[in-house]
Design a protein around this ligand. Sequence first.
Ligand SMILES: *[C@@H]1O[C@H](CO)[C@@H](O)[C@H](O)[C@H]1NC(C)=O
Ligand SMILES: *[C@@H]1O[C@H](CO)[C@@H](O)[C@H](O)[C@H]1NC(C)=O
Ligand SMILES: *[C@@H]1O[C@H](CO)[C@@H](O)[C@H](O)[C@H]1NC(C)=O
Ligand SMILES: *[C@@H]1O[C@H](CO)[C@@H](O)[C@H](O)[C@H]1NC(C)=O
Ligand SMILES: *[C@@H]1O[C@H](CO)[C@@H](O)[C@H](O)[C@H]1NC(C)=O
Length: 306
Amino acid sequence: MIIMFSLLILIEMILISPSASIALDELTPFGKDHGDIMLAPGFDGDSGEIRITRSFPFLGRTFTSLYVDINGVIAFEKAFGEFDDTKRSQIAGTTSMIAPFLGDIDTDDGGAIWYRQNTTKQLLEEASTDVRNAFPEFPHFSAVWMFVATWAKVPAFLSSNLSITNTFQSVLLTDGNYSFVRFNYHKITWTTETSGTEAEIGFNAGFSNYYYNVAPNSIRNISILDLPYKSNVNKPGVWMFRTDNITIQEGSGQIVVSGDFNVCSDSTITFTVASLSSHLNIKVVSSPFISSHFNDVLTVKALHLI
Ligand SMILES: *[C@@H]1O[C@H](CO)[C@@H](O)[C@H](O)[C@H]1NC(C)=O
Ligand SMILES: *[C@@H]1O[C@H](CO)[C@@H](O)[C@H](O)[C@H]1NC(C)=O
Ligand SMILES: *[C@@H]1O[C@H](CO)[C@@H](O)[C@H](O)[C@H]1NC(C)=O
Ligand SMILES: *[C@@H]1O[C@H](CO)[C@@H](O)[C@H](O)[C@H]1NC(C)=O
Ligand SMILES: *[C@@H]1O[C@H](CO)[C@@H](O)[C@H](O)[C@H]1NC(C)=O
């Protein structure tokens, strides 16, 4: 009974509450009252080089400064530069970056972008707890530094309606050796400006054409507009990644499953939950659990309704 109950809760969260993204007051606190600096308004532009008080391990390298960019990016080594709407994809460029929402943002007529470094103990402890839950293989992770960047109510470049805005946040955490990045999507209502170049979410190492595109990839194919309602850690709107290693590791959520299983391949299991009013096929995409026990706690990489 307990087993089925857990699964039901998860499905409800995904299916029945499509409007339940992370609440504004669940974001890491931001704004002037929390010590944030506001980025100068504009349609292209960045903070300039920000020296950080702890070095940040990122995709096999370590950085001591970063740039916050209007266009939804935190870049290393050099600023992101202009949003190039002649390119279909900019996540695949040569800038090493963390991109919670690489899109053509314009804050000249609305919205604000905030950022700060923070080492407040309570804030770090809360953030570290979430990391430990999402990455059970790091039970002792304890961040010593965080960087928070928040894009609040930001409209698109040349938007004809300034009420159509996005609010999202990126939190960088490190203990000195490991690093984790959290994206919080409170509201995403636009993805493209007039030219039609769609926003993207992901990471770029800045060398060897190595980048990681979060929304359309081999474990999921979702629209940017879905980000507030989906998750890789079982909390709608929250996405977490381990980012120190060259291989990006996605967060996971522990769910308990039961049902009729079909092992489809090394990495996929589909199963049907017959006790729901309608039959649902759920695809669990995972890595390490295949040989282990069904009817047990599984750590899953992603959950799709198919
Ligand atoms: C760190 O964050 C806390 C909580 O939001 C805030 O009260 C504090 O002023 C921040 N410290 C700095 C140095 O920004
Ligand atoms: C602008 O967008 C808002 C939010 O979607 C909508 O309520 C409003 O009707 C729109 N205004 C115009 C003039 O289209
Ligand atoms: C970081 O790595 C060094 C070298 O392996 C080790 O001595 C240190 O304890 C590690 N620190 C943390 C916080 O894991
Ligand atoms: C992702 O979904 C879209 C819309 O359903 C589809 O057009 C596209 O081919 C899909 N891409 C991949 C890689 O599956
Ligand atoms: C980094 O990723 C590679 C490839 O997934 C893996 O073999 C290696 O163990 C990882 N290194 C660390 C320190 O986790």
